[in-house]
Design a protein. Structure first.
Length: 365
């Protein structure tokens, strides 16, 4: 147990060397005034280790809070880079990039992160049993999120009132508020009123790990890393258009692949290593829970944030993005249908991600 925990810490420490790119980014941006393209890639390199620091700090805190809240913290803090990047993108008016990156995050978490977790866990354990309660709770909420994603699309393109942009924006804002309320109710259900059910399902009977950091140290490091991510995210967003023009980067590459990878480094490591330990239910909380959080919390939050800035973002994905999200949810729900998984099913999810990502790169969003 301790060896596996230390192995993750060693993996993250290798990423810590990339922290040197944070001061390099500042020098390149404000001292040398280098091109947006160069600063963009330096900033990407600096955000990766910050995501790792967030992952380490939340893992240490989760050892004090327990597995259910720990999984929630991992999913939440794992999405901090994306929340901040998208928040600054909304401020800059890059609404299309925001929705594309959020769609990419949902696809990446459900198919790639979950697929990798099942695959590596399945290589060690022939069959991994899955909690019925955890799957049902996450996919019930994810199912409603899917409904709320589909509805605005058909409202805009399949109804007489869809041509009225003001009506679409008003509907998007109202729907976003409803989804935020549902997300809060979901938290109350899983963390307070029915917390004992989920704790039973995540308790595997193994000896508990001992935290290496104090709770105070974990909170302070987590807060400092979040502030650093905020600063780097603002720089990243300010250079994204220049970098796209300089290097010929398409919106599909930046939104579907690059931004989700930057934000999900820690989640990838946490979910996979939990699966290696046989704790596939915690992997589900991290990967599927993160996708549910993006759909029910992050995306509606961006709509509300845009309204606060005076120009409401339409909560309408493109047909390609919508199709990708629907396919990913259906595939993952099918995998968990019998409440047990194996390495082949993990491979299927990863292949599905590669095919969908390739389709986005070839045909665009």
């Amino acid at each position: 147990m301790y060896f596996e925990h230390s192995k993750r810490r060693m993996t993250m420490k290798y990423l810590y060397w990339l922290l040197i790119f944070i001061p390099i980014t500042f020098v390149a941006r404000f001292g040398l005034h280098l091109s947006d393209g160069i600063v963009f890639w330096l900033c990407c390199a600096g955000i990766i280790p910050l995501a790792a620091v967030l992952g380490d700090s939340t893992e240490q805190i989760s050892l004090y809070t327990g597995p259910k809240i720990g999984g929630f913290l991992n999913a939440t803090m794992g999405n901090v880079p994306e929340i901040l990047i998208c928040g600054f993108a909304v401020k800059a008016g890059l609404y299309s990039l925001v929705l594309t990156s959020l769609a990419g995050s949902i696809l990446g978490n459900i198919l790639l992160v979950m697929g990798m977790s099942i695959f590596v866990g399945g290589l060690k354990y022939k069959i991994l049993p899955v909690s019925k309660n955890i799957v049902k709770n996450n996919f019930d909420l994810l199912g409603f999120a899917l409904f709320s994603i589909i509805l605005p699309f058909f409202f805009k393109f399949g109804s007489k009132g869809g041509g009225d942009h003001n009506a679409v924006k008003e509907f998007s804002l109202a729907l976003a508020i409803v989804m935020l309320v549902l997300y809060i109710l979901g938290l109350i259900f899983s963390l307070i009123t029915h917390r004992d059910i989920f704790l039973e399902d995540t308790d595997d009977g193994e000896e508990e790990e001992e935290p290496e950091w104090s709770l105070r140290k974990g909170v302070v490091i987590m807060a400092a890393a979040a502030v650093a991510v905020a600063v780097m995210s603002e720089i990243l967003v300010s250079t994204v258009e220049g970098a796209a023009e300089q290097f010929g980067l398409g919106e599909a590459f930046i939104g579907i692949i690059l931004i989700p990878i930057l934000g999900n480094v820690a989640e990838h490591a946490s979910a996979c290593l939990m699966a290696i330990k046989g704790k596939i239910n915690i992997s589900i909380e991290i990967a599927v829970g993160s996708s549910m959080q993006i759909a029910l919390f992050v995306t509606p939050l961006m709509v509300v944030w845009s309204a606060m800035l005076g120009n409401t973002m339409e909560y309408v994905y493109t047909s390609m993005e919508l199709l990708g999200i629907v396919i990913s949810v259906i595939l993952t729900a099918t995998v968990f249908m019998d409440h047990k998984v194996n390495w082949l099913e993990g491979a299927e999810l990863m292949v599905a991600y590669i095919v969908l990502a390739g389709a986005f790169l070839v045909f665009g969003t």
